[in-house]
Design a protein around this ligand. Structure first.
Ligand SMILES: [Zn+2]
Length: 256
């Protein structure tokens, strides 16, 4: 797994499927990039079980979406699509990436989800973040046979400072919302880069939302969460920790 020399993202989004991140935290990644922060995406599967499109189609589309989102690095592991499990091998596969990239913040899917892969990634990702910090845990060789320890930094323990859960599709009150108002159109473009998934076609037409409705639905969800935080469009997150305040007069989001 190749990482540009010295590239250490401030924010790494981990998700089960290519196009998950675009739906749940793409606006946040755009906002972070606009602030000058480095962002990255790790997809855990290649999308071979999707009703529409091949894994190759989705690889191409994911690359295009990553370009639109302005992320500095995106790769997919090869966990089985539709059968992601929280195994030691899978935890270690993520540990290897965490030790290479050394992100400060990790975004994971929220643990309550319709798709079982999404729910599992919340736990799998959390446990990998924990294990990644253990000095005595060797992460071993990469699954593709190449050694992740080409550089010394690739094998050093690393624990992200913060984990947040993207909760867009969960029935849960978010801990906070990220204002994505200036980036909503660009986020939509990133999602629509997945032509094999979202362009109108006969395969899976009874299962998929028509293209013209995707915009309305995703904007409505963003508007809903934006309203909760007093902005136009937002993406919701849950954090397990409590918030910490310094100056009460600077607390955002108006009460009345
Ligand atoms: Zn998904």
């Amino acid at each position: 797994m190749a990482v540009p020399d010295g590239f250490h993202p401030d924010v790494l989004a981990i998700a089960a499927h290519r196009d998950d991140v675009e739906q749940t935290c793409g606006g946040t990644l755009l906002r972070m990039a606009a602030r000058g922060l480095r962002t990255a995406i790790l997809d855990l599967t290649q999308g071979e079980s999707g009703t529409r499109g091949s894994a190759e189609d989705r690889a191409r589309e994911a690359e295009e979406a990553a370009r639109i989102l302005g992320v500095g690095w995106r790769q997919a592991l090869a966990m089985p699509d539709g059968a992601v499990e929280n195994t030691l091998a899978n935890r270690l596969a993520i540990v290897r990436v965490l030790r290479l990239l050394r992100p400060r913040v990790v975004i994971l899917p929220y643990g309550q989800a319709r798709h079982p892969d999404h729910a599992i990634v919340a736990t799998l990702g959390y446990e990998a973040c924990f294990l990644s910090g253990l000095k005595k845990l060797p992460s071993g060789a990469a699954s593709d046979g190449s050694s992740a320890a080409g550089s010394q930094s690739g094998s050093e323990p690393h624990r992200p400072f913060k984990i947040v859960y993207a909760s867009l599709y969960a029935d849960v009150r978010p801990s906070f919302v990220v204002d994505i108002t200036p980036y909503i159109e660009q986020r939509h473009q990133a999602l629509m880069a997945y032509r094999s998934q979202y362009a109108n076609q006969s395969a899976g037409s009874g299962l998929f939302v028509p293209e013209e409705e995707i915009r309305e639905r995703t904007f409505a969800e963003a508007r809903h969460y934006g309203l909760l935080a007093g902005v136009r469009y937002g993406e919701p997150y849950v954090q397990k920790e409590v918030g910490l305040a310094d100056d009460l007069t600077l607390l955002p989001v108006q009460s009345l």
